[in-house]
Design a binder for this molecule. Structure first.
Ligand SMILES: *Cc1c(COP(=O)(O)O)cnc(C)c1O
Length: 396
């Protein structure tokens, strides 16, 4: 995208990049970026059209390939993640699927952390084997031995951190070194942290993927996804996406680009509320266990402190009384929402064992750290005393 004097400079800070990165103004001198709802773009003449299609002009051709609103959204995330390049998708899963599909060949192998988002797990177990792509998993507590899962045909090391929903923390610096040593692509789902709390590329990640549906939108409105990273890899991902069609709508990209302007300030408050909720839960007699990265009791507290600015907005906890206890707790909730989303302004509670991860067997759930009484709370932006009040009355 072309730039003009609205553009921030490279030494500007995160918040400034988020607010000031904008598409070029039109002849109307608008202050806020307008919505470009157009499927295609026009050309001056046959020569302009030829040169544009030959990629000589860096010009928009068709909104499956690029669109000014989409480009603005991508430009912001690229700067916020300190990446070289990026591409945006209709959903987080489209970003994750396209990244794997573009970078893998039949016969390749993936090493992944065990606790991953449910649909990502389904890609690994149900679809990739159809193309002779197998996945091996390592547990968070076995991270130091990750090399024993690497095979001659391993191509990708894939992790989420913090993981959904077990809130495990994986050491990005350590894993990036292992990936480099074995010539693997290191890919990180940075959805739970957002670029504000954690920038995996600084530690050596090759590609970072996001579900923008969560904290990036932050207001429970639109779906979206993005992949950013090394330019040559993003080029492959872009070509795959351009031909297979998981493009994001310009409207959704416009919404998400506006959301990024307030990401830092929203995430600060989400994390402040979440830490207070985690501390409250840790001291409640009907709670067996609390998992929150910035609680000293978290097994990877030191790693979380090293690589994350704050602890994120997701608190996982184990209610006493197993599956029954977890469901009873949800039934008593009055204000917080029972919903499948997370990263919304509204606090959301879910019971993964009976919902998002119900397709897994009991053993598989235990393997990925989803115990029967586990509750996942996405702490929102209501007054924290009201959030804690609701949780307290449901636990008491
Ligand atoms: C929600 C989520 C996804 C999938 O994103 P969608 O936008 O729902 O497709 C991927 N990874 C993580 C960690 C998520 O929480």
């Amino acid at each position: 995208m072309s730039t003009d004097n609205q553009q921030p400079t490279t030494d500007n800070h995160f918040e400034t990049l988020a607010v000031r990165t904008q598409t070029e103004r039109t002849q109307f001198d608008e202050h806020s970026t307008p919505l470009y709802l157009t499927s295609s773009f026009v050309f001056e003449d046959a020569e302009d059209m030829r040169a544009s299609f030959a990629d000589e002009k860096n010009k928009n051709l068709y909104s499956r390939f690029s669109n000014p609103n989409v480009t603005e959204f991508i430009d912001k995330i690229v700067k916020m993640e300190d990446a070289e390049s990026g591409y945006a998708f209709a959903t987080g899963m489209a970003a994750i699927y396209s990244t794997f599909a573009a970078l893998l060949n039949s016969g390749d192998h993936i090493v992944s952390c065990q606790s991953v988002f449910g649909s990502t797990h389904t890609l690994f177990t149900k679809y990739f084997p159809k193309w002779n792509i197998e996945t091996s998993y390592f547990k968070a507590e076995d991270e130091k031995n990750v090399e024993k899962y690497i095979q001659p045909n391993t191509k990708i090391l894939y992790v989420e951190t913090p993981t959904n929903p077990a809130i495990e923390i994986l050491d990005l610096e350590f894993l990036a070194q292992i990936a480099k040593k074995h010539n693997l692509l290191f890919i990180v789902d940075n959805c739970f942290a957002t670029p504000y709390l954690q920038q995996p590329i600084k530690y050596g990640a090759d590609v970072v993927v996001h579900s923008a549906t969560k904290l990036i939108d932050g207001q429970g409105r639109v779906l979206g996804g993005v992949a950013v990273g090394k330019a040559d890899l993003i080029r492959e991902i872009y070509l795959f996406a351009r031909n297979t069609g998981p493009a994001i709508s310009p409207f959704n990209a416009w919404v998400l680009s506006k959301s990024l302007e307030t990401l830092a300030i929203r995430v600060e408050k989400h994390c402040e509320n979440a830490l207070k909720v985690a501390e409250f839960l840790e001291n409640h007699p009907n709670v067996e266990l609390v998992k929150y990265p910035f609680l000293k009791s978290h097994p990877s507290y030191e790693v979380a402190k090293k690589q994350m600015k704050l602890g994120g907005n997701i608190v996982a906890f184990e209610v006493k009384g197993g599956s029954e206890g977890g469901r009873n707790f949800l039934n008593k909730i009055k204000m917080c929402s029972l919903s499948a989303n997370l990263g919304d302004t509204r606090t959301i509670v879910t019971h993964p064992a009976s919902t998002t991860h119900s397709k897994l067997s009991g053993d598989e759930r235990n393997e990925v750290g989803i115990t029967p009484g586990l509750v996942r709370c996405s702490v929102g932006l209501e007054n924290v005393e009201d959030i804690i009040g609701d949780l307290r009355q449901a636990l008491d």
